[in-house]
Design a protein around this ligand. Structure first.
Ligand SMILES: Cc1cc2nc3c(=O)[nH]c(=O)nc-3n(C[C@H](O)[C@H](O)[C@H](O)COP(=O)(O)O)c2cc1C
Length: 205
């Protein structure tokens, strides 16, 4: 069992990463592996809505989106982390998630997911809501915690002092681990994923 932890912030070792390392350590104690992936600081292009991915299954831009998309099957759960930028998630994570979900959402169908945000002071719940919307349009069970999944601080040192934030990450992780293990047991015992109807799309309403 393995979880992908994505750091969508500009600092490889900043506050968002501090939250993710708490999650990684707690996953380890639960017997679950994880990979932390920092998206880096090269620009991530936004989706141009060309629809090419609907035919090819990947984005025409050969970048980190396709690299991650190709590896999604390896994971049983996903955590998308971001600093709060103007009460929203980072522009990089927003562009990344638009294109990842447009090209590869099927690979994440019915797998548990969580949003994690870091901020100095405000806007955390708006950014948290923004990230969660990708999961809830893709039949992904959203993992919750004892508080909204946020950690406070301008950098990793300050985030270290947010003991409640760190505990929120550990609780989140144990809840995710429980969910992943429960889903594995369900599969082993022959419980199939829910039946899906052919999708109805009613535009212009
Ligand atoms: C462009 C920009 C906008 C920001 N907007 C907010 C904000 O709206 N609210 C807030 O509390 N902090 C804001 N911050 C501060 C970061 O959210 C905070 O320092 C965060 O912990 C950085 O995480 P990181 O170390 O993972 O990059 C902003 C920072 C930047 C660079």
């Amino acid at each position: 069992m393995k979880v992908l932890l994505i750091n969508g912030g500009p600092h490889e070792n900043g506050s968002t990463n501090r939250a993710l390392t708490e999650i990684a350590a707690t996953l380890k104690s639960e017997g679950i592996e994880s990979d932390v992936l920092w998206l880096g600081n090269s620009p991530i292009a936004s989706c141009i809505g060309c629809g090419a991915c609907k035919k090819s299954g990947e984005c025409f831009r050969k970048d980190i989106v396709n690299e991650v998309g190709a590896r999604l099957d390896e994971y049983d759960g996903y955590v998308f982390g971001s600093p709060v930028h103007y009460a929203a998630c980072s522009g990089a994570l927003s562009s990344f998630m638009d294109r990842l979900f447009y090209t590869s959402s099927k690979k994440m169908y019915m797998k548990p997911a969580a949003a994690v945000v870091s901020c100095r002071r405000g806007g955390a719940s708006a950014a948290f809501d923004e990230i969660n919307k990708y999961f809830t349009i893709n039949c992904m069970p959203v993992v919750s915690s004892q508080y909204w999944n946020q950690i406070h601080g301008s950098d990793a040192c300050e985030a270290e002092q947010d003991l409640e934030g760190l505990q929120t990450m550990r609780t989140l992780t144990r809840n995710m681990a429980y969910m992943i293990k429960a889903f594995a047991l369900a599969k082993e015992n022959g419980l199939a994923l829910p039946e899906r109807e052919a999708q109805v799309r009613t535009n212009f309403i």
